[in-house]
Design a protein around this ligand. Sequence first.
Ligand code: BG6
Length: 491
Amino acid sequence: MSNVFPEGFYWGGATAANQCEGAWNVDGRGPARTDVTTVGTADSPRYITVRMPDGTTTKFSQFTPVPKEARGAVLDGEYYPNHESIDFYHHYKEDIALFAEMGFKMFRMSISWSRIFPKGIEEEPNQAGLDFYRNVFLELKKYGIEPLVTISHYDTPLYIEEELGGWSNREVIALYDRFTEVLFREYKGLVKYWLTFNEINCALMTLKFIPNMPHTMVQDRYQSLHNQFVASARAVKRAHEVDPDCKVGCMVAGGPSAYPLTCDPKDIIAAQIENQNSFWYSADVQVRGAYPAFAKRMWEHDGVTVEFGEGDEEILRSGTVDFITYSYYMTSCVTTHEDVEMSGKGNLVMGAKNPYLTYSDWGWSIDPDGLRYTLNEIYGRYQIPVMVVENGLGAIDTVEEDGSIHDPYRIDYMREHVRAMGEAIADGVDLIAYTPWGCIDLVSASTGEMHKRYGMIYVDRHDDGTGSFERRRKDSFFWYKKCIESNGEDL
Ligand code: BG6
């Protein structure tokens, strides 16, 4: 296949504020939920330490419901990897120079809401927070790297989560309105591409992994999601009003990536339902501006009522996104048959094991063909530009005595996924960007581990909080540089 990647294709990498910035309480930043979440392992998840009303403290798995009256707390003797992370806050110039050396055309990052509005409720933004991001954008501009900015990536201010009840409270929409208004005005001309929420569908994807979730929480999740859809649509409209040149996209986890394990028609239907619930439900609302036909049956099945505010339908209709993005790591298999082997560790995405695929050390399947498949499914349905804004292999890397890091497994993974994107483009998909996850090593979202490394840049930072923060180029750094230089031809 000759080179199919279009001229101007955005090659780059992706990060999120809470997983790379550190400086959690510096320059006026307020705490987020991720700041009260400890380190975990692949086999035992992270936990949230909370203070109960009687003053005692309790630990909850990060995936289990925390009682409403409990308050997240930073406790002595616990380790919170997001507090310092890889200290991008103080290393951003060095990091951006390395991205430029690889040839990045785009850098996906997120804004920490509590750096701008420490509790989320203030009338005026925190100037130091605004300055930090302005400096980052200016630094990117210096090298001609286009920022792709996620407005909210798993780190709603703790105050909003705990005192206001989080996104199930409709009042949070107005706070997000204020936050986005400030961002769009402040960074007009510096940021062209925005994403409203990272993996907005996660709240529904995780439903099935939390056993015996109280019904009120299921209800909360649907309502929170609806409120986020409304907030997102309002942000799209506002962004276009403030800056007609900017583009706003949605970000949905995983793609329609559930396969039927067998050709039993019951498995086919089960996989279809899984993809509807996990992916299309959230993508349809944001791309088409209305809930899909199957939503009613989902609500009935889960016994929930989604409350619409006055004018919500119109807001959703008028705030559809300009492009769609998703994270793609793996596919999963769905079956109605019993006694099948399951896969997945340390994160939420699990399913029956696929006998045709290999798996990472964290039990995530490696399936480049699935990337081509999901790209075709998505583009076939929506026909708007698509970006793959997360993809990559979380693996254990070894630093050799001479300081080099050989990661052929990561190069193989990336090569095959780039090939798969090339196939999808040849199939006719309007794919415009690829920003692999954790282009620089950072804290894992699901486990808090540092040794689950995705980067092409190694960071000397470890699970116990030791390390010098020194950056090193891995072999994959040089491979990706070559890939970008040849616009995806020299793999
Ligand atoms: C995505 C998230 O789900 O997966 C990222 O958007 C996350 O925040 C990434 O880091 C990889 O997952 P993990 O658990 O390996 O960090």
